[in-house]
Design a protein around this ligand. Structure first.
Ligand SMILES: Nc1nc2c(c(=O)[nH]1)N[C@H]1C(S)=C(S)[C@@H](COP(=O)(O)O)O[C@H]1N2
Ligand SMILES: [Mo]
Length: 451
């Protein structure tokens, strides 16, 4: 056990070393947990473990913040100690900026419930950007300062020392040239020897000065850029492209065969919202299901007077309306000003004739796994919609088409994709993510009326 005094008695160097190595391990664990959390395609495989993993990521983040706090009092001395080492100072500034940015954006994402979505969006962008830059940097830092590379460096130095003097000039040209180029007064008498010695120096100067260690460092850097570069480029393009044409890109690869396509209402065709701003991250807990109009069905059942089943063609005859609303995921991203066209849920419920014993509305996805539920009051909010079109086009397969639920005032885990069944029930149903640790209360932050 180290007491506080024990810690302070340690030399600055020892304390810095301890903080440095703990920090390295914490960063590694944060990277692994963070990357696993961010992969949309394995959300289903992770299940409830996802929530545990997120909690772990947050705890690790808190430890990392504590390390910064522990380091803060040593900053001045440390800075002074490395005054002659520009690259180490640059590294320190960069690493502190990274840690600070990660921490601040991480705390915002952690406390998302008490903050407006725009804050979370910005925090997520910063968190992701720093990860794209910081993790490859940390990897490079770890490789270029590894014992393995230091050993290569020692080998280089040993090899240089063993070489004849003219070749040594190649290893450290600046330092050795003047000495080697000056002919010994005694040797100057032998013109041929002087000539060949001089030529050797010139030849050595022509040789590449790259040592094995610096070559390996360069190679590691290049490999990292090649490995991470293209994915980073795609991410940057996606993150900063707010033209809203990604839904169109997604639609181009659509696996659904729903015919005839739904004809958009005028407001929808005109895209009165101006086009969705931002990008959807495609989430699913199953394989992405595909649907065809000849087998697709939609049902409203349970505690209702008039249970119904519709074929695609019949479903398209239901009266639709158009609304513009924002879409917020609990993980921090949003898509603003989506122009949705569909059937208001309350109209479907009214037509079905909800019986007095019904208290909740349960939603079934055609993926046969995902479900969620709303209380009857929540389900009857004006903007809860069984949506068929987005920005005047059929909802693409990957975004939950042909038909998905939209609950704009709640986080999007309530917005069941590939919706095919609605059931009126009398007991509360715990939805897919709620059963795995998400809160049943999914209200998005709203600005409070001033009192
Ligand atoms: N069937 C189904 N619906 C779902 C999900 C899912 O995994 N499966 N994910 C939910 C979550 S957490 C979000 S944020 C949104 C994501 O919608 P998108 O994939 O169209 O961006 O869908 C919600 N509805
Ligand atoms: Mo979500």
């Amino acid at each position: 056990m180290h007491s506080k005094r024990g810690w302070l008695k340690q030399s600055l160097g020892k304390r810095l070393n301890a903080i440095h190595s703990i920090n390295a391990w914490i960063l590694l664990l944060l990277t692994i947990t963070g990357i696993v959390l961010s992969i949309g395609a394995i959300r289903g495989d992770l299940g409830g473990f996802r929530v545990t993993l997120k909690q772990l990521h947050i705890y690790l983040g808190v430890v990392s913040i504590l390390l910064i706090v522990l380091y803060a009092p040593m900053l001045r001395k440390h800075w002074h100690q490395i005054r002659d080492k520009r690259s180490r100072r640059a590294n320190l500034v960069f690493v502190l900026a990274l840690l600070f940015g990660w921490s601040a954006s991480g705390v915002i994402l952690w406390q998302f419930r008490y903050l407006p979505p725009a804050w979370n969006n910005t925090a997520l962008l910063i968190h992701d950007l720093l990860t794209w830059v910081g993790v490859p940097y940390a990897l490079y830092h770890a490789i270029s300062r590894s014992r393995w590379l230091k050993r290569q460096q020692r080998l280089d130095q040993a090899a240089a020392a063993a070489r004849p003097p003219a070749q040594q000039a190649a290893a450290t040209p600046a330092a050795s040239v003047p000495a080697a180029a000056q002919p010994e007064p005694a040797a100057a008498t032998d013109a041929a020897a002087a000539r060949s010695a001089a030529q050797a120096v010139i030849a050595a100067l022509k040789a590449s000065p790259i040592t094995r260690a610096s070559f390996l460092r360069l190679a590691a850097g290049l490999l990292l850029v090649i490995a991470v570069g293209p994915a980073f480029y795609r991410w940057v393009k996606g993150a900063f492209d707010t033209g809203g044409n990604t839904a169109a890109e997604i639609a181009a690869l659509d696996g659904n065969r729903m015919l005839p396509p739904p004809a958009p209402l005028p407001d929808s065709a005109a895209v009165i919202g101006g086009g969705a701003q931002g990008n959807f991250r495609i989430y699913t807990v199953t394989e992405i299901p595909a649907f065809a109009s000849d087998t697709w069905q939609f049902a409203v059942s349970g505690l209702v007077d008039h249970p119904s089943v519709w074929s695609w063609e019949q479903f398209l005859n239901l009266k639709r309306t158009v609304q513009v609303s924002d879409f917020h995921c609990v993980t921090g991203w949003s898509v603003y000003k989506c122009t949705w066209e569909g059937i208001p849920l309350k109209e479907l419920l009214a037509a079905a004739g909800v019986q007095p014993s019904a208290k909740y509305v349960k939603f079934y996805s055609g993926d046969k796994v995902y479900t969620d539920a709303l209380s009857l009051d929540q389900a009857e909010m004006d903007d809860v919609m069984v949506a068929v079109l987005l920005d005047g086009k059929p909802i693409p397969q990957k975004l939950g088409g042909p038909v998905r639920l939209i609950v704009p005032k709640m986080y999007a885990y309530k917005s069941v994709k590939w919706l095919q069944g609605i059931e009126l029930i009398d007991k509360e149903h715990i939805g897919y993510w709620e059963a795995r640790g998400y809160r049943n209360d999914a209200w998005v932050w709203v600005e409070q009326e001033p009192v």
